[in-house]
Write a protein that binds this ligand. Structure first.
Ligand SMILES: O=C(O)C(=O)C[C@]1(C(=O)O)C=C[C@@H](O)C=C1
Length: 363
């Protein structure tokens, strides 16, 4: 191994930076050309291609020989693609605000920094924004490993014309944040109800006397902790703490360190198969038929499809025994065996809708 002096190492780094930069510019120019190719092919929508992005990220990680981790390599690639896509089509992404929520972190993880993230105040509004074209895509939370499903999202999926075109999973770490610097002076804590549930043991042990008040989001909790000042804390993300200039009184206070939230990307396109895809459907059984759910799910088993999730939600405005079932499985609706299985399911169902086939989260 050559032993370099510091000036020699820096000269080499400078030369490599020039090459990297030239290659990135070249890549960006080709991405601009790709936009023109798509337009010539009659593509009228935006140029975001979730399947291609997942493939690029997977390939970057597969090529990695270190010393950077796969995660870091994928993040760098993520940002390069994000910047290239912003030249092709600048995207607006609606998410559950305010700034500093975990949903905003999910937007950045999935789309990179080169998008306009548009905070809105409710999950239904995210669906409306994407339906009306005010945003190109939306990011909605769908389930948390501790708190379970986000029922507003499931309910909205039943009736929307939008498609699920991607997923993001985000490890969730909660922090106690305040303008206060002494945790023993905290007498009131704000957080989203799910975050209180996720930090219950920690709060019971460390702040048993502090009042707990649930708010619409952790971002709002951080804003209020800032406004109200002394004696008040919020449970929120580091990003929310930074945005509001709060001190970190305690880090990673969630009871389960594997706490993870899964988000869906909703939009107007159907991603092409990648070989690593998930499909989501919603269905209901005919009433008063014994074994109706068993019969509905039988074609999935016959086709040896791997079901990754099944959830039920009561139908709004219907008698209590009427349920929608949300089924996720591995595979793409365009795969032949999947098509056949879905036709068989549809034939037996009172209600049936494919919510989307999309690439599994690559990072
Ligand atoms: O391959 C494409 O379709 C592109 O537009 C290029 C590119 C990229 O930078 O690699 C950019 C945006 C798409 O979402 C996917 C990939």
């Amino acid at each position: 191994m050559t032993v370099r002096t510091l000036p020699q190492a820096r000269t080499e780094i400078d030369a490599l930076d020039r090459q990297i930069q030239e290659l990135i510019s070249q890549r960006a120019r080709i991405a601009q050309e790709v936009a023109h190719i798509k337009q010539r092919q009659g593509d009228t929508g935006d140029h975001y291609r979730p399947s291609r992005e997942a493939e690029v990220l997977r390939a970057a990680m597969a090529r990695n020989t270190g010393p950077l981790t796969d995660e870091v390599v994928a993040k760098l690639m993520r940002e390069i693609m994000s910047a290239c896509l912003s030249l092709e089509s600048p995207l607006t992404i609606a998410y559950l605000g305010p700034e500093g929520t975990y949903t905003q972190a999910a937007v950045l993880k999935h789309f990179g920094e080169a998008v306009t993230a548009r905070p809105v105040t409710a999950i239904d509004e995210i669906f409306r924004d994407v339906e009306s074209g005010a945003a190109d895509y939306g990011v909605v939370p769908v389930e948390n490993s501790i708190g379970g499903v986000v029922s507003n999202t499931l309910d909205a999926l039943v009736h929307t014309k939008l498609r699920i075109c991607g997923e993001v999973t985000l490890p969730v770490h909660h922090h106690l944040l305040s303008v206060e610097s002494d945790p023993s002076k905290v007498s009131k804590v704000y957080a989203h109800a799910q975050s209180f549930a996720q930090c219950r043991k920690w709060l019971d042990a460390r702040l048993p006397k502090a009042d707990r008040e649930a708010l619409a989001s952790n971002g709002a909790a951080a804003q209020l902790a800032k406004q109200e000042g002394a004696g008040v804390a919020a449970i929120a993300s580091l990003q929310a703490g930074k945005l509001n200039g709060l001190n970190i009184l305690a880090s990673n206070i969630e009871d389960d360190p594997s706490n993870t939230t899964r988000f869906l990307i909703i939009g107007k396109q159907d991603p092409t198969p990648t070989g690593h895809d998930l499909t989501a459907v919603v269905l209901s059984a005919h009433r008063n038929q014994p074994g109706a759910l068993f019969t509905l799910l039988q074609p999935f088993a016959d086709a040896k499809l791997d079901l990754t999730r099944i959830e039920s939600r009561p139908m709004k405005g219907a008698p209590v025994q009427d349920y929608f079932f949300f089924v996720d499985f591995i595979g793409h609706a365009n795969d032949e065996p999947v098509k056949k299985a879905l036709d068989a399911v549809r034939a037996n169902a009172a209600f049936f809708k494919v919510l989307g086939s999309y690439p599994q989260a690559a990072i």
